[in-house]
Design a protein around this ligand. Structure first.
Ligand code: ADP
Ligand code: MG
Length: 477
């Protein structure tokens, strides 16, 4: 073999590039580093065990085809994993795993090479002598499944990590699995979906979903009732513990202590922990360091705002599930107009459907437009000073620089005053900040402008029209 490992790998990458989309290529193949070739064995380095698992699960045939081109039949891939999330804080261990080359002939469920499962030695379920296996209600919402959690660029990592955990709770390196992201982006849904999936695959496992707030309340009650030990024991017997919105543990030291104790116990026994948070672990303030460092043991995956395509897909799925047919054009219009988060997208859809069924109206573009208008205005709209200035300048057909200049020409002063007036009315900016953004004036000038506009619109008919027109343009736009 005269070719270098670099050349061989680059050729393989070319082949892969032709067979997957760009996003997928960037996510799963670019980060792979070729290490060496020995005979027909190519060693590559991947950044995490999850990565390895994901490749094996989804791209094994593609990888095989790609390296066979360069190395011939009998080509083999060996992964070297530089683990980012090791158990202690010492240097990351490197672990070598042969690719399961004869994969196709093996059932899906035994994907995980023995080497991996041994590593954490998760053997028998934890059994406390004398105690019955728990029989508790999981508190899972059966409607939150993977099947109706639409995949998109915004959630791919979180979703696939969640699926991996669902297949093999406690058996992957994502323990804990921390899902984080802003409101309404699907953290709770995904957390339930993992639980539901685990219950499906392992009915005998004890799964528990609990909000961090409820956990805190239960803990406080247990102190009051002198039953803290029962509380701790109860939680220590769970196989899969899902805690939603852990940011609410912030500043609650005693709750964090007890959670820490439970966390350690579960983790040491190979039990799965799934957490959600409205911000990244590093941004969790008021959280004990030792707890934060535990969160980093596993995988933190974020949920982002869905792009247009994903929003369309989400709406499509909801409509389909409800058995309602709506023009694609209309679906796209809603998806286009509501881009804040999935909860609001759903909210808009629900109000449109309600409106149409209440009034027995067809879901027409007209109806949708008027509903979306109201919806957008009442929830997400925030008008900025920039936007106001732009609308005012458009209206008077004057360049923005003039508005911001020192000119004392009457029309320009008037336009400037109107911008200030509307900035005061429609934004939360202080007088000083409005003045500063409207040509570097002080707060007294802004106050004067507001008074002037108020006076003029009472006394000057033409001026009144300006105010009304602008008001319309600014609030309906
Ligand atoms: P969070 O917990 O992040 O605030 P939720 O999980 O409560 O958000 O999600 C809000 C709503 O949006 C839920 O009804 C959920 O089913 C829906 N949703 C969020 N993401 C998706 C998705 N990718 N596909 C389908 N529905 C989604
Ligand atoms: Mg939630």
């Amino acid at each position: 073999m005269s070719k270098t490992v670099g050349t061989i790998w680059n050729e393989a990458l070319e082949f892969i590039k032709d067979n997957v989309d760009e996003q997928c290529y960037d996510t799963w193949f670019s980060p792979i580093k070729p290490i060496k070739i020995q005979g027909t064995v190519l060693t590559v380095q991947v950044p995490s065990k999850f990565f390895y698992e994901y490749l094996e699960e989804n791209y094994i045939s593609l990888l095989k085809a790609a390296i066979t081109k360069g190395l011939g039949e009998g080509a083999k891939l060996v992964y070297s994993i530089v683990m980012e999330n090791s158990y202690d804080n010492s240097t990351p261990p490197t672990m070598k795993l042969p690719s399961s080359g004869r994969k196709k002939h093996r059932p899906q469920s035994v994907n995980m090479p023995v080497a991996l499962t041994n590593e954490k030695s998760i053997k028998n379920p934890f059994v406390i002598p004398g105690l019955q296996k728990l029989n508790i209600d999981s508190q899972l919402n059966p409607n939150y499944t993977f099947d109706n959690f639409i995949e998109g660029d915004c959630n791919r990592l979180a979703r696939s990590a969640g699926m991996a955990v669902g297949k093999s709770p406690g058996g992957t390196s994502f323990n804990p699995l921390m899902l984080y992201g802003g409101v309404g982006l699907g953290k709770t849904h995904l957390a339930h979906a993992i639980g539901v999936e685990i219950k499906d695959n392992y009915p005998e496992k004890t799964v528990l979903y609990v909000s961090a707030e409820k956990f805190t309340q239960q803990f406080i009650d247990s102190i009051r009732n002198n039953s803290k030990n029962d509380f701790v024991h109860f939680y220590q017997m769970i196989d899969v513990l899902i805690i939603d919105d852990v940011q609410s543990f912030s500043g609650k030291e005693k709750t964090q202590d007890v959670f820490f104790e439970i966390f350690n116990h579960l983790h040491q026994n190979g039990k799965q922990i799934i957490l959600t948070s409205d911000r990244a672990p590093v941004e969790l303030q008021g959280m004990e360091q030792r707890l934060l460092s535990r969160f980093k043991w596993g995988l933190s995956a974020d949920l982002q705002k869905p792009g247009l395509e994903t929003r369309v897909a989400i709406l499509g799925k909801k409509l389909y599930n409800d058995g309602i047919e709506v023009d694609q054009e209309i679906v796209e219009f809603i998806a286009y107009s509501i881009n804040s988060n999935v909860r609001e997208l759903e909210g808009a859809l629900i109000s449109i459907l309600a409106q149409s069924s209440l009034n027995k109206k067809q879901i027409t573009m007209e109806l949708v437009k008027s509903m979306v208008d109201k919806f957008v205005k009442s929830t997400t709209r925030e008008i900025s000073i920039d936007f106001i200035q732009k609308v005012v300048c458009d209206y008077f057909d004057m360049p923005l620089e003039l508005l911001k200049s020192k000119t004392r020409k009457r029309e320009i002063v008037q336009a400037r005053q109107l911008s200030m007036y509307f900035s005061k009315q429609l934004t939360k900016n202080s007088l000083a900040s409005i003045g500063q953004q409207c040509g570097n004036k002080d707060h007294a000038t802004v106050l004067h402008a507001c008074r002037t506009v108020n006076n003029l619109k009472e006394t000057d008919k033409r001026f009144k029209t300006y105010v009304e027109d602008l008001q319309k343009r600014l609030t309906l736009a």
